[in-house]
Design a protein around this ligand. Structure first.
Ligand code: HEC
Length: 175
């Protein structure tokens, strides 16, 4: 593992890996550019992004969209997406059960910064290669996935940002 402070680029599928590539400085009318970006995003299903780890965090958001903490709560609870409460205590009253495999997250926003939370959700195995927690933002080593999902991260960049926004808001005061 690189020493703290060393930027460690993590390979992730980027939009340009999956669709038409635009060279920097290429000049295209905005409408064509928008169409190409839409096609690229469609091919990838998700708004995949590359990210850079600095120290024990990912300083920059993975998605340009404004993060939505309510959507993050839903993505974290969703069995098809985050399903975080299978391992973590979280303020999700309707979750089936709350696991104790991972640490209690009900006041995680008071303990970790958003960049630290982002790294733990997107690429926790960077910190602990042995962890049972999946790397939600990285598509590598996903075994036994349906072909349609092969090569895709479990969560989209936007879903990760929504979850980061929700977790960052948790200070233990939610029921
Ligand atoms: C299979 C069990 C499992 C699942 C599912 C899981 N985690 Fe974890 N998580 C862990 C474990 C275990 C740790 C403790 C650190 C480690 O093992 O690296 C952890 C650590 C964390 C931490 C750091 C906590 C701290 O106190 O430092 C955060 C934040 C976190 N998980 C968020 C999530 C989110 C958000 C989800 C759902 C998207 C999720 N986890 C799903 C097992 C899980």
């Amino acid at each position: 593992m690189p020493a703290a402070g060393t930027p460690a680029p993590v390979p992730m599928p980027s939009v340009s890996d999956m669709g038409p590539t635009l060279h920097p400085g290429a000049r295209l009318p905005g409408s064509i550019l928008a169409l190409l970006l839409t096609l690229a995003a469609g091919a990838a299903r998700a708004d995949c992004a590359t990210f850079e780890i600095v120290g024990d965090g990912i300083p920059l958001p993975l998605s340009q969209q404004t993060a939505d903490a309510d959507a993050g709560r839903q993505a974290a609870a969703d069995r098809q997406r985050g399903d975080c409460s299978i391992c973590h205590q979280l303020p999700l009253p309707n979750a089936r059960f709350h696991g104790n495999v991972g640490p209690d997250l009900s006041a995680i926003g008071a303990r970790l910064t958003p960049p630290q939370i982002r790294l733990r959700v997107a690429a926790n195995r960077h910190l602990n290669p042995e962890s049972v927690m999946p790397d939600y933002g990285i598509s590598r080593d996903r075994h036994q996935v349906a072909e349609a999902f092969a090569g895709q991260p479990i969560l989209t960049a936007r879903e990760i940002e929504d979850i980061v926004a929700w977790l960052a808001s948790l200070d233990g005061s939610e029921p």
